[in-house]
Design a protein around this ligand. Sequence first.
Ligand code: G3P
Length: 218
Amino acid sequence: MKFFIDTANLAEIKEAYDLGVLDGVTTNPSLMAKEGISGKDRILGHYKAICDIVDDCVSAEVIATDLKGMIAEGEELADIDDKIVVKIPMIEDGVKAIKYFSQKGIRTNCTLVFSAGQALLAAKAGASYVSPFIGRLDDVSTDGIQLIEQIVHIYNNYGYATEVLAASIRHPMHIIQCAEIGADVATCPLSAIKALLKHPLTDSGLEKFLSDYKKVNG
Ligand code: G3P
C-alpha cells in the first residue's frame, strides 16, 4: 500500500518523507490556500518545491472547469516536473480531460469521487488514480469504506490499471480499513500517519527494557 500525505505544508511533507514511508503528496486548492499560496507563479513554484522533497507523485489540481481550460492548466502543471500528477474533478469535461491526458501519457488523479459509477467512468477514461473521499461520506452518514471496497471489487473484475487512492482520511483506523480491503493508496494527514506508530504497550515495553538494562549497566 502506498502512503501519500494530504497537505501543501512543506515542513509536514519533509517530516513524512524523512520517516521513510512516503510515496507521494496530494494537494487541493483548499490546502494550497491554507498555506497562503496565491498567484500563478507562487502556486507553480510551490508545486516545484514539493516535487523537490519527494520521489514521485505530486497531485496538483486544476482550477478550470471547462475542457479547454483544464487541458491548458494541466499541461502547464505537468511541465513543472515529471513527478506531477494532474488532479481533475469528476465532472463531464473532467472525464474528457482525463481521456486527453491519458492518451498523452500524462498521469491524472480524478478527484471528488463519491460513487462507484463515478469511479468506473474515471477508470474507463484512463485515470491513473481515483480519489473517493471517505471522510466526507462518513460525515453525511454514508459508509466511505464500503465505497472503497466496492471500487476495489469493480476494478479487480476488469483489471483496470487505475489505482484506488483513498482520500479524505481522518484517522488511523481509516488507513487500516483501507489496507484490509486492498486500496492501492491512502492519502492522509500527517497526524494519521504518525498515529499508526503509537501503542501504549510499545512505550511501556521500551521503558522496561531500558530500565532493566540500566540496572546491570549503570
Ligand atoms: O485532498 C482531498 C481530500 O483528501 C480532502 O480531505 O479532509 O478535506 O475531506 P478533507
